[in-house]
Design a protein around this ligand. Structure first.
Ligand code: MN
Length: 260
């Protein structure tokens, strides 16, 4: 049976990156695009629960969904494909998803939705250019996708791939960094004289951190590498379990929780 590769994004069905991925992935299996009908950037892992979910078929292998990126993965598995795809590729996002961006990214969340369903997921983002064609990034994705189709991914782990502004030809295994990107509130007046606020992200600066190996996702793309960062569903702070065992002893709520 031919492999089914689901492509989605959070930039919306009109993104030229979808076509670039359709071309680059065509040798690996049957590519089906299921993407939001409008831009859904920064919607993270939201799903639509309080209104109907609809989709429209635009071409034999192309569907738009009135919903979020995670909705797209769910709807594709349960209804459009009538089975789970063998691989989910989310992107190529216009703009990097590194460091703190991961918390907000709909692109990354779609790959996590795949992982929640037991499907290998890859999120892909590229430096935001004026008129991006995403062709080079999509070709790199196809190479990574071929490896993942051969080897699979560890359970509950996705790959967060970022393509740099100008690629130096190298690829780095990275860890999720922290960016000191600052969200600011821009205040203004609308034409009717009412004040409004617009969230705006000021240019990111890298927070100084210890020069550990592996390098951060942010540092890798800044140096011209393709960044491949494995991320996992489990957010438990395992490194701090001892700290919290002591903390729980001090908290000492067990006694007061006993029935009286
Ligand atoms: Mn986006």
């Amino acid at each position: 049976m031919e492999l089914q590769i689901l492509v989605t994004n959070d930039d919306g069905i009109q993104s030229p990156a979808l076509e670039a991925l359709e071309v680059s992935l065509s040798g690996l299996g049957n590519v089906i695009v299921v993407a939001p009908d409008r831009e859904m950037s920064a919607t993270s892992h939201g799903i639509t629960l309080n209104q109907p979910l609809r989709f429209h078929q635009l071409a034999p292998n192309r569907y738009s969904v009135q919903g979020t990126p995670a909705d797209c993965v769910i709807l594709a598995s349960l209804r459009i494909l009538h089975r789970k795809p063998d691989l989910v590729i989310s992107g190529v996002n216009r703009g990097h998803n590194v460091g703190d961006d991961v918390a907000y990214s709909g692109t990354v969340a779609a790959a996590f939705e795949a992982a929640l369903q037991g499907i290998p997921g890859i999120a892909v983002s590229a430096f935001s250019r004026e008129n991006p064609d995403f062709i080079e990034a999509a070709q790199v994705v196809a190479r990574i996708a071929a490896r993942v189709l051969d080897d699979g991914l560890p359970t509950d782990v996705i790959l967060n791939v970022n393509y740099p502004e100008t690629w130096n030809g190298g690829i780095r295994l990275t860890r999720q960094g922290r960016r000191a990107g600052k969200t600011v509130l821009v205040e203004n007046l609308d034409p009717r004289g009412r004040e409004y606020f617009w969230l705006h992200e000021e240019l990111h600066a890298q927070r100084s951190e210890p020069a550990n190996e592996p390098m951060t996702d942010f540092a890798a793309v800044a140096a011209g590498f393709v960044s491949v960062c494995p991320l996992q569903i489990d957010r438990t702070a395992h490194a701090y379990s001892n700290h919290f065992v002591r903390w729980m002893e001090l908290l000492d709520l067990d006694r007061s929780a006993e029935p009286r």
